[in-house]
Design a protein around this ligand. Structure first.
Ligand code: EPU
Length: 443
């Protein structure tokens, strides 16, 4: 996607109107991009369904095409067909054009090592919500037998002169990306891999389901150990991506913050249970149907809550930001302890400028074990509500923070200008169309 001119990259919002209506949410951003990478493992044709039209899909498509893979994206039907019969090493200068676009390219490492014996990974992008190192990824690749050369300014060159071999790997923290890295690299490695301390997010389980369709042998134990028995070859897959539970929670929070009523078609209950429990405690109503989940504000006061973000099955860090906006409208003191990212409360400053009362703390305001204890990160928040919000000029800081600012602008009295709005295209397909369908005052 080409850069948007700054003066056009703005959304004007007239707030104070409840969002009412129906929208449809497609597959999870944090699954589809990885499912597309998985297609690289097989010299065959794969079809992924329920794919949203978001920028991460374009970035992964571009990187696949640079490697000689054919990618056919049908935005209307949500189907992506990938033919990876042919894979080739692109020019480093071409790969470098994708530097900073996304975090997904690091996951190309294992599949490219299997198909080509080498990989050049461009510098990573993604939201600035903490340091976001890739040490676990590189350690995993080394343990499986890869040589990692970080000398390049705009990327990392990785080789596996003797192929990849299964290994015992332990993750110091259940990282989603490092778990996916291990699985994608180990499925075609020689021998068995045992990954302990793994993440078990629903998107990872869906990726494992795809790999099983392709011919992989992977088991998941309740103690977060994932065992992968390397196989010699994999074949293409056909799969319907699971729904984006972050997008669902974002619209659910928007319904609450604007005192609205939103039916989210495509939303499914099992991956949302932890969110739904908190939604109910806050005072939001919901009704689960075969077609989706209906979320609404029942009138009266919302209630303050205390919550801590955590890896699955805990309360997702990506649910935190949109819900915090709704908590500014709840009666009393809400407490949020962020334990996944050290720097995910930067988005609260504009909320305070709009009239919210939010105080950040470096202490752990909760009981979960937290890596940020005794460090200098403001990773706990106390929100006092309800406070009326007033329209403002806002700069979108990152994907989830940006969508949260949009929710705040919709809930606020008066007009807001939200700048840098195209950042939200990374993860929210057609959000302008969906806002219009819900009766938002936008142009
Ligand atoms: N970490 C390390 N070293 C590593 C990898 C991770 O220290 O090598 C740390 C991170 O700094 C972070 C924690 O481990 O503090 C968790 O990071 P994780 O690796 O789980 O995150 P990720 O794979 O980079 C994915 C999602 C994020 C989501 C997190 C947590 C994708 C593309 N991104 O990131 O989604 O917040 O898992 O669930 O799947 C988003 O969609 O807006 C988003 C940020």
């Amino acid at each position: 996607m080409s850069a948007v001119e700054p003066e056009k990259d703005v959304l004007h919002v007239v707030g104070g109107r409840p969002l009412n209506g129906t929208i449809k949410v497609r597959g999870a951003k944090n699954l589809v991009s990885k499912a597309m990478v998985a297609a690289l493992l097989a010299p065959g044709r794969s079809v992924l369904k329920n794919v949203p039209e978001i920028r991460d899909v374009q970035v992964v498509s571009d990187l696949l095409r640079l490697h000689g893979v054919s990618v056919d994206v049908n935005g209307d039907t949500g189907e992506v067909a990938i033919d990876a019969h042919h894979v080739e090493m692109p020019a480093v200068s071409d790969v470098e054009t994708l530097s900073g676009a996304s975090r997904i390219p690091i996951l190309f490492s294992g599949p490219l090592l299997h198909r080509l014996g080498e990989a050049f990974i461009p510098s990573l992008g993604g939201c600035r919500i903490g340091d976001r190192p890739i040490d676990f990824h590189l350690e995993t690749l080394r343990k499986l037998g890869a040589d990692v050369d970080k000398e390049h300014e705009d990327g990392i060159h990785i080789t596996a002169p003797h192929g990849l071999q299964g290994a015992k790997i332990h993750l110091p923290y259940p990282s989603v990306g490092a778990t996916e890295q291990t699985i994608l690299a180990a499925v075609l490695a020689e021998g068995k891999t045992e990954l302990s301390g793994a993440a078990v997010e629903p998107e990872i389980m869906d990726l494992i389901a795809i790999l099983q369709k392709m011919g992989a042998v992977i088991s998941v134990d309740v103690d977060r150990t994932i065992r992968i028995e390397g196989v010699r070859e994999l074949k293409g897959y056909t799969h319907t991506a699971l729904t984006d539970r972050i997008e669902v929670a974002s619209w659910a929070s928007a319904a609450l913050a604007t005192r609205g009523d939103v039916f989210v078609k495509g939303a499914t209950q099992p991956e949302m249970m932890t969110f739904l429990n908190i939604y109910r405690k806050v005072g939001g109503e919901f009704d689960v149907t075969d077609e989706g989940i209906h979320f609404w504000h029942p009138g009266g006061d919302l209630h303050a809550v205390a919550l801590e973000t955590d890896v699955h099955p805990g309360f997702m860090t990506d649910w935190q930001q949109p819900l915090v906006v709704a908590l500014t409208q709840a009666k009393g003191l809400s407490i949020v302890h962020e334990t996944v990212y050290e720097n995910r409360f930067g988005f609260t400053k504009p909320l305070v400028d709009m009239g919210a009362t939010i105080q950040l703390y470096k202490e752990c305001l909760g009981s979960l074990p937290c890596r940020f204890k005794q460090h200098n990160f403001e990773h706990s928040a106390v929100i006092f509500g309800p406070t009326p919000l007033a329209g403002q000029d806002i700069d979108v800081p990152d994907l989830r923070g940006g969508f949260s600012h949009l929710i705040a602008a919709l809930a606020a009295q008066g007009e807001s200008s939200v700048h840098g709005i195209s950042l939200i295209d990374r993860g929210y397909a057609d959000f302008r169309g969906k806002l219009a369908a819900l009766g938002a005052g936008i142009d």
